[in-house]
Design a protein around this ligand. Structure first.
Ligand code: HEC
Length: 108
């Protein structure tokens, strides 16, 4: 009995830590989108050198593709000049999840 109470105290103490490690309030769709972005997009859309702000592609956030989801979907599907297209790699619903996640990132 005593042990169970101690375990509960430890769990409760660790809870806020676990919660803050995750970005708050993401839906399962957005979490899936984040996973895809981490695996496929951050290599070009986030700085690769420590302390640098230089990125190969423009930042992905709420304001990307003029904040227009339809335009953003077209860019992701077909690509642009240096941006590869993903229509053969990602499912339509994957791309929707990516957009749902990117729209949660505040524009600087
Ligand atoms: C090989 C590097 C590369 C990868 C990987 C890449 N991108 Fe891009 N992306 C670019 C570049 C560079 C541009 C700027 C347009 C151009 O020059 O083609 C761009 C532009 C964009 C834009 C338009 C942004 C704007 O505001 O105009 C969106 C949206 C975008 N990328 C989303 C994605 C997503 C989502 C992924 C992952 C599925 C991804 N990109 C993967 C290089 C990349």
């Amino acid at each position: 009995m005593k042990h169970q109470a101690a375990l509960l105290v430890i769990l409760l103490a660790a809870w806020p830590l676990a919660a803050s490690a995750q970005q708050a309030n993401l839906t399962p769709k957005q979490i899936h989108g984040r996973q895809i972005v981490t695996q496929n997009c951050n290599v070009c859309h986030l700085p690769q050198e420590y302390g640098s702000t230089k990125t190969y592609g423009p930042p992905l956030n709420k304001a990307a593709a003029n904040g227009d989801d339809k335009l953003m979907k077209e860019v992701i599907q077909s690509g642009l000049v240096k941006m590869p297209g993903w229509k053969y790699t990602l499912k339509d619903s994957d791309i929707d999840d990516v957009i749902a996640y990117v729209r949660t990132i505040p524009a600087p």
